[in-house]
Design a protein around this ligand. Structure first.
Ligand code: ADP
Length: 671
């Protein structure tokens, strides 16, 4: 008793001003958001449910926190005399400082973008998305009181505000554990002639709970009041008799968690409501996987394939993983052992009576049951992605933009399920009628005689299109995959072939182009044979190789170790030079990427290819005839090599010398 008094005198009521952002937010809630005011209830119930989850979780290790005060639940109460609607939960509660931190301030950095977005479109769903749900209470209330006591503490805290810029806060004596939020409903929100907007009408509240919060797995209870006429002993109404108020307490929600319900009876909207509020993703989901397994390993799983990946999917500390429940009781967030890393964008939960409540992450790693469940879930997720690719290509392509790199990671990390992952890959393509393609589609389009899948690597499609190595492909209409993600070329280390066809970079030396070009032309006529002019071209090329042997050797000598070989090009049609590399080993792109991450040891072997039909080539011939060892010949070789290097994105070893040589040439040309 004395202690209570002491508390009262010590902790006098204090008034605090809201931080500027909170003020702005409250102003918005009170004055601007009129549509869908009803969502305040969903937000407050959702907070209550979170608080119940927290105490549930904490009590796993500290059962004393529960204080034996009965079932975890939410209780609503309507008081028509005081015009209040109260929401009480016996959850984890808040202490004095937590009330200040959680309710008095908007801690989330997203509040600025919340304002921008909500001003642009009056969408109340954004309230939940940005974690400012509590403030929606002011959409319907002229005053809000919170009385809360944190689990394990003796004193409670009372907070009150009219939403006008400040709040009062004081410590109070014993209160039940948890949080009670008392809303003093505004006049226009308790208009009995308009039940939809009458938030003191018990049926309105009942409907709202069904609509928005049915998935909540703690009971949401409310006392229902009804007037009963007096009846005689036969049950007949006594005329002129007194009426009697009967109060019965009802549970307003289904309580059974959605994942335990029969999936045939769950509507898409119910799944969506659950998905939104449980996993905090406000975008529609793309697919839902709902499994009940009854065999040796018993479990229920509810997984959602998102349409948008979480924005931090590629952050190192991304909290990935599936939630674990045991008989509907939450056990763990972010269990990483259920789905492989490259499927980390999937959100969901698994409930199994076999999980022990205080299971540790270490034990989970070796849990064979978990492995069996994980394997099955993975299969289902891959099936779902495949189904999406087949049935809703547009949606899949959009999703792919966000999850593609993650899925590719599975192939790069040499994940065992490569076969199922490779068919999920999409790449931009040079095909005139397609923008993006699967490997299967590429192979299907391959003309007779083409044995390899060709790809070109670069930072974007435009850059790739300018690559001189592509000239022959363009002229002969051979499809190229554009590898624009840094990881793409690394994939080929594990995915070096698909459907028996080698994956080949257009910058490799040994392209099997002759066969395709020949057969392509022939096959159009149905003969499968080479055209005579193709043979002629081939002969001509061989002759030229012979003729310019000395010239090519001279250039090689001038360039020394910089190149492994200098040769004539079949692939160049317009450009004078390009670099290609040997058929195996590091590619140009990889060499540069490895250099970027400080692993400069791996080097691509460079082969300089020259276009014998280009004017520059005739200049080389002239210089060679004059004096193959001249400084001019050397400079010219260097310039051509440097040009080719620049095209491949290499930094020049000696840019000063390069520009000097170019300068000298210009002077000579125009003097
Ligand atoms: P969010 O719930 O998205 O974090 P809110 O503005 O709705 O944003 O709530 C702010 C914080 O206040 C919550 O994160 C929680 O810590 C605390 N809180 C709100 N309601 C309750 C409650 N009923 N019990 C315990 N804590 C609560």
């Amino acid at each position: 008793m004395t202690e209570k008094k002491k508390v009262k005198t010590e902790e006098t009521k204090k008034t605090h001003a809201f931080q500027a952002e909170t003020k702005e937010l409250l102003n918005l809630m009170v004055n601007s958001l009129y549509t869908h005011r009803e969502i305040f209830l969903r937000e407050l119930i959702s907070n209550a449910s979170d608080a119940l989850d927290k105490i549930n979780f904490q009590s796993l290790t500290k059962p004393e926190l529960l204080e034996d005060d009965g079932e975890l639940k939410v209780v609503l109460d309507i008081d028509k005399e005081k015009n209040t609607l109260s929401i009480y939960d016996n959850g984890v509660g808040m202490n004095y400082q937590e009330v200040i931190d959680n309710i008095g301030t908007i801690a989330k950095s997203g509040s600025k973008s919340f304002f921008e977005q909500i001003k642009a479109k009056d969408d109340v769903d954004l309230i939940g998305k940005f974690g400012v749900g509590f403030y929606s209470a002011f959409m319907v209330s002229e005053r809000v009181t919170i009385v809360s006591r944190a689990a394990g503490e003796k004193q409670g805290t009372r907070w009150e505000s009219t939403g006008d810029g400040s709040y009062t806060i004081e410590k109070v004596a014993e209160e039940p554990r948890g949080t009670k939020i008392i809303l003093y409903i505004r006049e226009e929100c308790r208009d009995s002639s308009n039940p939809e907007e009458d938030f003191l009408n018990q049926y309105t509240i009942q409907n709202l709970i069904k609509k928005y919060s049915d998935y909540i797995r703690y009971p949401i209870e409310m006392d229902f009041y009804r007037e009963e006429p007096e009846r005689d002993k036969d049950g007949k109404v006594v005329e002129g008799g007194k009426t009697q108020t009967i109060i019965d307490r009802r549970v307003l929600n289904s309580v059974t968690p959605i994942w335990e319900r029969n999936k045939k009876e769950i509507t898409k909207d119910e799944y969506f409501q659950f998905y939104k509020h449980h996993f905090h993703d406000w975008n529609e989901y793309a697919d839902v996987i709902h499994i009940k397994a009854e065999g040796n390993v018993q479990y229920t799983a509810l997984l959602f394939m998102p349409t948008r990946a979480p924005s931090d999917l590629y952050d190192k500390n991304f909290a990935r993983g599936i939630q674990l429940y045991s008989n509907h009781v939450f056990v763990m967030n972010d269990c990483r052992d259920l789905l492989p890393d490259h499927l980390r964008f999937v959100r969901g939960l698994v409930d199994s009576p076999d999980f022990s409540l205080n299971i540790s992450r270490e034990i989970l790693q070796h849990d064979t049951q978990l492995k069996i469940i994980g394997k099955n879930l993975e299969k289902k997720v891959l099936e779902s992605l495949k189904k999406l690719l087949k049935n809703d290509r547009k949606l899949y392509e959009e999703l792919w933009q966000e999850i593609g790199k993650a899925v590719k990671g599975g192939i790069y990390m040499k994940y065992k399920n490569k076969e199922s992952l490779q068919d999920l890959l999409l790449f931009p393509t040079s095909h005139p009628e397609e923008e993006i393609t699967t490997l299967k589609e590429y192979v299907k389009r391959m003309p007779e005689g083409q044995e390899e899948i060709y790809y070109a690597t670069g930072k974007d499609i435009e850059t790739i299109k300018r690559m001189p190595q592509l000239e022959i492909f363009r002229e002969k209409n051979i499809e190229i995959l554009y590898f624009v993600d840094k990881i793409d070329e690394f994939l080929t280390q594990n995915l070096d072939e698909y459907d028996g066809k080698k994956m080949k970079s257009v910058t490799r030396q040994d392209l099997k182009l002759e066969e395709i070009i020949g057969k392509k032309k022939g096959s159009e006529k149905g003969t499968g044979k080479k055209e005579p002019e193709e043979d002629k071209e081939e002969d001509e090329f061989k002759k030229q190789e012979e003729r310019y042997k000395g010239l090519l050797e001279a250039i090689k000598n001038h360039l020394g170790e910089k190149v492994a070989e200098v040769r004539l090009s079949k692939r160049l049609k317009k450009s004078p030079v390009c670099l290609v590399t040997t058929s195996s080993g590091v590619s140009f792109n990889m060499e540069q990427l490895l250099k970027g991450v400080n692993q400069p040891t791996a080097r691509a072997r460079k082969i300089l290819e020259l276009n014998s039909k280009h004017k520059l080539f005739s200049i080389l011939r002239k210089l060679y005839k004059k004096d193959k060892n001249s400084a001019e010949m050397k400079n010219c070789s260097e310039i051509l090599f440097n040009q080719a290097s620049l095209i491949e994105g290499y930094e020049l070893e000696n840019p000063v010398e390069f520009s000097q040589h170019l300068g000298e040439l210009l002077v000579k040309a125009y003097r």
